[in-house]
Design a protein around this ligand. Structure first.
Ligand code: NDP
Length: 254
């Protein structure tokens, strides 16, 4: 029996990349997983199929975040999926979906681009959490995926770290609020990791070498490096950890 047997998890943005790795890992640990996606339904179905073929349980939920009624759409899909599996509550909520408009310093970032990152990276997790609080079981977990860009100044992408910084404040504030219910809330600070989001940047050998040289462990992160840390925070072993951030970066800029 897996350590998350009997638990139900929603991971936003789990059709691809880090979210997919988290979904697969939590399912391997025994959780029923809601695989959320924005537009890439085929990738989400592939994630869910990989999980079920390995003996796990999963269903997909489509809802683009950062658009009107995004949380309503997600909730409707989630509720239908839970019902189909004889469930109505949630134990683990991972806010992973994120938008990073790279190469947009303050001189050029538009109000529309700013609003878009706020809507996906902050507003959606905030109001999704609000809607899910009554369904989140006492003793549950909320895990917010943040970025190392909150501790390393990088002027070429100022809007994104602002939103991730806000997500970290959301984590520790909510941790105090939900503590009496035994719900832990933490941020996972992610460093450069091989996914679609970073493929363009890391395809440039100079960028690749520069980012490797920033890490103490001398390499770029892989999706399981992040998923394993999230699985730990989701497990009972992390029951006494709340309101903090876990740096999962291979030691960037120590
Ligand atoms: P990817 O671009 O590889 O995957 C993004 C996932 O989020 C996809 O499942 C995508 O769905 C979903 N998504 C994106 N935007 C939306 C939206 N508007 N509405 C609904 N779903 C959406 O990203 P990563 O796996 O690299 O990143 C995951 C998280 O980790 C993000 O929060 C990111 O900021 C953070 N992070 C990543 C780092 C890295 O180096 N990769 C470094 C630091 C932080 P669909 O498939 O449908 O498009």
């Amino acid at each position: 029996m897996g350590s998350l047997s009997g638990k139900v998890a929603l991971i936003t943005g789990s059709s691809r990349g880090i979210g997919r790795g988290i979904a697969e890992r939590l399912a391997r640990d025994g959780a029923l997983v809601a695989v959320h996606y924005g537009s890439n339904e085929a990738a989400a179905e592939e994630t869910a199929a990989t999980i079920t073929e390995a003996g796990g349980r999963a269903f997909t939920v489509g809802a683009e975040l950062g658009v009107p009624d995004d949380v309503d759409t997600l909730m409707a899909g989630l509720e239908a999926g839970l019902r189909a599996h004889g469930e109505s509550t949630l134990d683990i909520l991972v806010h992973n979906a994120g938008l990073n408009l790279m190469g947009r310093p303050i001189e050029v970032l538009t109000p529309e681009e700013f609003d878009q990152m706020v809507a996906v990276n902050i507003k959606a997790p905030f109001f999704l959490t609000q809607r899910l609080l009554p369904r989140l079981r006492d003793g549950g977990r909320i895990i917010n995926i943040s970025s190392v860009s909150t501790r390393i100044a990088s002027a070429h992408g100022i809007g994104y770290p602002l939103t991730k910084g806000a997500l970290e404040v959301f984590s520790h504030t909510l941790a105090k609020h939900l503590g009496p219910r035994g719900i832990t809330v933490n941020s996972v600070v992610v460093g450069f990791t091989h996914t679609d989001m970073t493929a363009g940047v890391l395809a440039d050998p100079e960028n690749l070498e520069r980012n490797i040289s920033l890490t103490a462990l001398g390499r770029i992160g892989q999706v399981p490096d992040i998923a394993d840390a999230v699985a730990f925070l989701a497990s009972d072993d992390a029951r006494w950890i709340t309101g903090t951030k876990v740096d999962v970066t291979g030691g960037v800029n120590l």
